[in-house]
Design a protein around this ligand. Structure first.
Ligand SMILES: [Fe+2]
Length: 241
């Protein structure tokens, strides 16, 4: 599959522009410095829907990752297989103007605007690839995959990071949601320091804002948690045959 740039319509450009401008007005204050630095390296513009071939040229030079076009959600094993090979699956379609705030499935704004900037960070992508390799190791064990999905959910999608004593956002599920960007840093939200044991046993819902968030101290910490994840998985679950 590839991105059919000529099929984007005026409404698609308007949706991209509206969402970019709205999020950027919040994220310059609340997003992780690493995300913001990545955003600058990739150089998205609100005036233009990004072209995958240009993003890929930049990612290749920075971390050797690339985007692969997918139609929507894909099976877990395909997802893990792609990511363990430094390929990040992303959609090319954009939500409609009438559904700016809530989507059942991630669109290109989520996949690209929210995820791509962190694919420029060495420790973050090493974590992604290593977590995905574990996914392949336990591929036919549904309980194991659920535990790994929870780790992915509470880090890559809904993670917070402490930078210079300030709470910042790096989870793409938050970065692409105006409401959750405000909520997760507010007094109303429940937050814990990164805790693998807790995360691996915590249910989550996809259709509401999160009940709690976990705070990492660095992207190195994420990558360095891989041996512990491996150990816990080994103790709890049987590997793929
Ligand atoms: Fe995502």
């Amino acid at each position: 599959m590839k991105q059919h740039y000529d099929l984007y319509e005026k409404d698609d450009f308007e949706v991209w522009k509206t969402l970019c401008n709205r999020q950027m007005s919040q994220l310059t204050i609340s997003a992780s410095a690493t995300y913001l630095a990545g955003l600058e390296k990739i150089n998205f513009s609100s005036d233009e829907i990004p072209r995958f071939n240009i993003i890929n040229q930049k990612l290749k030079t920075l971390t050797k990752w690339e985007l692969i076009v997918v139609p929507g959600l894909i099976p877990d094993l395909t997802f893990f297989e792609l990511m363990s090979n430094k390929k990040f699956p992303a959609t090319t379609w954009l939500r409609k103007k009438s559904e700016l705030d809530y989507l059942e499935e991630p669109d290109m704004f989520h996949d690209v605007f929210a995820h791509v900037p962190l694919l420029t960070d060495t420790f973050f992508v090493k974590f992604l690839a290593a977590l995905s390799s574990l996914g392949l190791t336990y591929g036919d064990n549904l309980d194991a995959i659920e535990a790994l999905s929870r780790i992915y959910w509470f880090t890559v999608e809904f993670g917070l990071i402490r930078e210079k004593d300030q709470l910042k956002i790096y989870g793409a599920g938050i970065l692409s949601s105006s409401e959750e960007t405000t909520y997760c840093l507010s007094e109303k939200a429940t937050r814990f320091d990164f805790d693998l044991e807790k995360i691996m046993h915590l249910n989550f819902r996809k259709d509401v804002m999160q009940d709690c968030y976990f705070i990492i101290s660095s992207y190195e910490q994420l990558y360095e948690s891989i041996p512990e994840i491996n150990k816990k998985m080994n103790l709890l679950y049987s590997k793929r045959k």
